[in-house]
Write a protein that binds this ligand. Structure first.
Ligand code: NAD
Length: 414
């Protein structure tokens, strides 16, 4: 079984290329990252010992604008994963038509084992090693798995210190007090919810009849649970890295959140029964929402999925083999490059506000985000229906058209 996420990303491009208007020669350009950087970051730990951490930045494509993409802290971070995530960023930015290319970064570290002081210096180390490659007009990082607004403010601080310029636009997802944007913390989930509601409308389904299971209870998953709960969608199961909790009567995300804050994980939560992580995918729910890591829906468990829709809030949760099985079984997959694009969209709004030094209201952000997400959804949904292809193929084909034209107009560097 091949679960190399970068090869999966390349296969997703190939599977859509024939439905695009793009010259096949240019497709070759879109399949390879432009720059791949690996660095070693030495860190003096609180106990005086030195540890070396591997750090990465992959810049996939910048024909449509500066490179843009998150920074992930996770023990399993590796080059193929970062290359895949960078590729998906290029296509995601084109899907929602914001003027960015794609990039991604990471550090192979378990942040739960480090003190706040160590994490801050590790983050400064990453900026130091990559200083020449990032910047408000070149490459703009953002939060991803196990990084957050605090991490972004450390990046902004170190970059501003080295460049001797106040540089809020070097990074997005900052705290509000450090020129972050209203709505950025909930943007990924809010964007996914807008897409989901458009999907339900297109399928003539009533939100109040819908049940969901959510894998991942962090920034994306917990905010998603919160928004869906407010729309009276029943959440039958949620999972974090330590436990999967099920209750056929529905779970209350506020209560789960409070429990997680107190106990660090959902392990031991009593207002539901604990099931195995794989059982989540077999549940009798209408929609499965992966919101954790990639490659969780594979050829081994795709056949067990009873839900008629998978909303990919995580990046790369389904392998191409799983996609084929889901399509055969009539399961609609709302692809990651559309479903989770709300995060980068509000990141773009944050960057625009930082550059113009004029800040928008919550209503302005929400209205602009809703407009972006619903117009991207209908472009993709209608194209998929007209061509009788999956929403993933439709999203990639439309993105390929946009990026391909930008490459062709500018010309290939020889
Ligand atoms: P996060 O660090 O806030 O949360 C990750 C969650 O996943 C945690 O609850 C963790 O316990 C859980 N998790 C980890 N391993 C798991 C496992 N094996 N089984 C079940 N749960 C597990 O990260 P996040 O920002 O919410 O990111 C989640 C996904 O959403 C990632 O794929 C990320 O790339 C994607 N995403 C995030 C953003 C954003 O703005 N944060 C934007 C677009 C896409």
């Amino acid at each position: 079984m091949n679960n190399n996420p970068f090869e999966n990303a390349q296969r997703q491009i190939d599977s859509a290329a024939k439905y695009s208007d793009c010259d096949q020669e240019i497709i070759k350009v879109l399949k390879e990252p432009e720059r791949v950087v690996e660095v070693s970051i030495p860190l003096e730990m609180d106990n005086g010992k030195i540890r070396i951490f591997k750090g990465f930045r992959v810049q996939h494509n910048n024909y449509r604008g500066p490179y843009k993409g998150g920074l992930r802290y996770h023990p399993d971070v590796n080059l193929d994963e970062v290359k895949a995530l960078a590729t998906w960023m290029t296509f995601k930015c084109a899907t929602v038509d914001i003027p960015y290319g794609g990039a991604k970064g990471g550090i192979a570290v378990n942040p739960k084992e480090l003190s706040e002081h160590e994490l801050k210096h590790l983050t400064h180390g990453w900026v130091n090693k990559l200083f020449e490659l990032i910047g408000p007009d070149t490459d703009i990082p953002a939060p991803d798995v196990y990084t957050n607004a605090q991490t972004m403010s450390w990046i902004m601080d170190e970059y501003s210190r080295i460049s001797r310029k106040h540089s809020p636009a070097v990074v997005t997802g900052k705290p509000l007090e450090n020129e972050g944007s209203l709505g950025r913390d909930t943007a990924t989930a809010q964007g996914a919810a807008y897409v989901l509601f458009e999907y339900l409308k297109a399928k003539s389904l009533n939100p109040q009849d819908i049940t969901v299971a959510i894998q991942g209870f962090g920034n994306a998953g917990a905010n998603m649970a919160d928004i869906l709960f407010h729309h009276k969608i029943k959440i039958l199961a949620v999972a974090d890295s330590k436990a999967t909790i099920y209750n056929k009567e529905g779970l209350d995300p506020h209560d789960l959140d409070e429990y997680k804050r107190k106990h660090v994980s959902l392990l031991g939560y009593k207002k539901g029964k604990e099931i195995s992580s794989q059982e989540l995918f077999k549940l009798n729910v209408n929609i499965i929402i992966p919101a954790a890591l990639e490659n969780v829906i594979t050829k081994d468990n795709a056949k067990d999925i009873k839900a008629k829709c998978v909303l990919e809030v995580a990046n790369g949760p389904s392998t191409p083999e799983a996609d084929t099985i889901l399509t055969k079984n009539g399961v609609d997959v709302i692809p990651d490059i559309l479903a989770n694009a709300g995060g980068v969209t509000v990141s773009y709004f944050e960057w625009v506000q930082n550059r113009s030094r004029f800040y928008w209201t919550q209503e302005e952000i929400e209205q602009k985000l809703a407009q972006k997400m619903s117009s991207a959804f209908y472009d993709i949904y209608n194209f998929s229906v007209n061509k009788n292809i999956t929403m993933r193929q439709a999203a990639y084909a439309l993105a390929i058209n946009r990026i391909g034209k930008a490459v062709k107009n500018r010309g290939i560097l020889n």
